[in-house]
Design a protein around this ligand. Structure first.
Ligand SMILES: [Zn+2]
Length: 283
């Protein structure tokens, strides 16, 4: 298996499996922008496959992790050293989470933000064609980080090029930079993120270079999941110990003509109608 960037990294935690076979057995696949995004947004998929022989989670990180903030023991690191730290942290997460394969494509953010970038497109097309996963976790389109939305757009384009029969059955847009609590309840895809809480903490915790500067992604991610579970419904008791919300992106893959912008703004419109209908009762 060959990817376009010379620094692309292929890591199979179980060294007895060849990379192609490790990718081909994938049932749950996450394609994310940066190191640590997978563990924040697609924990549901990791937990679904953890400790099982019949379901396999695989992760793809599209960018190289350059330009990330650094402090503490990483304060004097060069950009190249920092990229290596982040690559190793992502490998650690793959090991802890028992992923089938971890791919880090090492593209610069500028390539991801270039809509038609052929190298990014070719890599993702290879991955989707080989993996043929049942469930795919992507960034959600209302995320406020351009690189996240860029990776989402490339991923949708690559899946739309697949023969219809090979496209995933379920495609989910997941929360990182901007959560999805604002979706009206009927639009919410509920992902149980409360299983194996020790594993969940460890998976975000291995990214020390991101946390050490004072950004407690480990605590914030766990807290967001608990908050979603508690604030889901006002009357019922908590069904899950943690929830990650997702937006259903399956229609965008099934129908290549559907506009990502129009589809996303439809969710915003339904939120607007929900608020307006409630206020109308009291005015
Ligand atoms: Zn990110």
């Amino acid at each position: 298996m060959k990817f376009s960037h010379p620094s692309a990294d292929i890591f199979v935690p179980d060294a007895s499996i060849a990379p192609e076979a490790a990718l081909a057995r994938t049932t749950h696949l996450c394609v994310a922008a940066h190191q640590d995004d997978i563990e924040i947004m697609a924990y549901h998929g990791i937990a679904e496959c953890f400790g099982r022989a019949d379901q396999w989670f695989s992760g793809v990180v599209v960018t190289n992790g350059a330009g990330s903030p650094r402090s503490g023991i990483y304060g004097s690191y060069t950009d190249a050293q920092m990229q290596e730290v982040r690559r190793q942290e992502q490998r650690k997460a793959a090991l802890v989470g028992e992923y089938s394969i971890q791919l880090q494509l090492a593209h610069p953010s500028s390539a991801v933000k270039d809509r038609g970038n052929p190298a990014v497109q070719a890599d993702l097309a290879t991955i989707f064609a080989t993996a043929q996963a049942e469930v795919v976790y992507l960034h959600q389109p209302a995320d406020k980080h351009d690189t996240h939305v860029g990776v989402l757009a490339h991923s949708l384009a690559a899946q739309r090029q697949q023969p219809a029969a090979q496209r995933p059955k379920r495609v989910l847009g997941c929360e990182v930079w901007r959560d999805l609590d604002w979706l009206v309840d009927t639009d919410k895809q509920v992902l149980d993120a409360g299983r194996f809480p020790n594993l969940a903490m460890a998976l975000v915790g291995v990214f020390d270079s991101q946390i050490t500067g004072g950004k407690r992604y480990d605590l914030a991610t766990a807290g967001r999941r608990v908050a979603h579970a508690t604030y889901h419904t006002s009357h019922a008791t908590d069904q899950f110990q943690g929830i990650t919300w997702a937006m259903d992106l399956t229609p965008l893959v099934a129908n290549p003509e559907l506009s990502l912008a129009e589809y996303t703004l439809g969710y915003v419109e339904r939120l607007k109608q929900d608020i307006a209908a409630r206020l109308a009762k009291f005015s």
